[in-house]
Write a protein that binds this ligand. Sequence first.
Ligand SMILES: Cc1cc2nc3c(=O)[nH]c(=O)nc-3n(C[C@H](O)[C@H](O)[C@H](O)COP(=O)(O)OP(=O)(O)OC[C@H]3O[C@@H](n4cnc5c(N)ncnc54)[C@H](O)[C@@H]3O)c2cc1C
Length: 469
Amino acid sequence: MEAQNKLYDFIIIGCGPTGSTAATYLSKMGYSVLVFEKSKFPRAHEGESLLPFCYSMFQDLGVWEEMKTKFVRKPGARFSSHDGSNSSTWCFKSVIFDESYLSFNVFRPQFDLMLMNNARKNGVTVLEETKVEAVKLDRPDRIVEVDTVDKMGMKAHWEGKFLIDATGQDTFLAKRIGSKNAYKELDRIAFLAHWKGGNFKHGLDVGLINIVYLEKGKRGWFALQPVGKDLMSIALIVERKYLKEQKKIFTEQGVADWQKEFYMKEIWECEVTKEVLMGGMMDHDLMVISDYSYFSDKWYGDNFALLGDAYKFLDPIFSTGVYLGMKSAQMFAEAMHVKLTSDQETGDKKLAETFETISGGYNLVEQFIDIFYDPNSFNLAEVSSKSESVYHGYEAAFAMVHLLLAGDFFTNYKKYHDFLAMLKDPVQYGRWKNFIVSVPHFDEATCGTNPGEVFGAIVEEFKMDMPIS
Ligand SMILES: Cc1cc2nc3c(=O)[nH]c(=O)nc-3n(C[C@H](O)[C@H](O)[C@H](O)COP(=O)(O)OP(=O)(O)OC[C@H]3O[C@@H](n4cnc5c(N)ncnc54)[C@H](O)[C@@H]3O)c2cc1C
């Protein structure tokens, strides 16, 4: 095994959005950063709908202008009923009054590659096709040891002062320290494919993500997203219990690829997906993501931290994963910088506050998700109306859900916590809903964006030219 002499300030495992964001911020602050990534980028990944609150990070990282030329713009989110007869559209422009309201639907292979290249441009060393096999965190001097193997089978040994685990759903450290726990109530499975030749309707024409509820009893939803000029991403998320029943039916019928048959059946049974995908074709094999919703109950120590999906993965209903990972990475980098440049008391206080804020933000999203799945509460497809009645005020109540959907999780999580707790009470929820239906929705059909604005900036049409596993 080859031993490396350099002692890095930070070693990061994984170069998804969390790893590359942490790496770039730290490198810009003057630290030496080494990132190991087991894949060769671009590589396929789910998680394509981004939140407006990512904006300031894209600016800090220096990728905002590039993003505007590469990705589909997303002005808001729509929630639709299964038959398409009810929907509500949440336009970020209603509550965010600068250019950051217009977010993105990204094609992840290109997005992750862009962030990795940008990290390199900012001085980070990234070793692709290099898998971390083992780490040692318990040396008395707190130096971290890392063992890797590359695609040629060459093994190497590395040392650093601090380790960040950003390995996503691989949850490298959580598995090794035995700290990974499943959220049993969020036991779901996701199916995802990209489609070509579909019809950009139901809000996809203006860049909206459309979340379509499945029929009662299935406890699931579709996410329809435009990610290229002729490319849409269609994800189906269902409760495992329902899937098991379906598996039994398909396998008894002797269907070979039952998962694909199931995905197709749900698509053709839903009016919205049927209209959007009629005449379209799946562009690659179905991706199935079954390791779903978990958290690590230990996620930091003196010389390590778990960030992004490596720490916690929450059901993706509100498209929060990339923002949660990137924002935690940014906050963590800033706190580490304070720790490494101030006296011990100041540094420890800043780190403790940061960890509390990160977990507060994640807990808030968890609470929001809980309400989404509560059959007695929130049905976001049904809170809108085309009512022309006059808007009497109550801006704050109206803005709350908009701002949550846009990603305002960290700075105000205590305030939103109380608001969401209020919505769990059926009487209060009824009042809030009555109020929402009386609000004339902001330019609902287009979210104030014309289709040319959404797709016009895309200079190239992405091709799925990499294997999808
Ligand atoms: C069905 C579904 C839909 C989703 N939709 C959305 C959405 O619309 N919007 C959104 O924001 N989020 C969404 N998410 C969540 C989003 O995909 C994740 O939260 C996000 O990708 C997390 O980023 P990350 O950098 O933490 O992890 P990842 O992006 O998974 O990156 C981890 C990286 O670590 C590397 N790695 C792992 N192990 C090792 C190792 N041992 N050595 C070296 N490298 C290693 C991997 O190759 C990978 O590149 C969705 C998730 C699912 C399942």
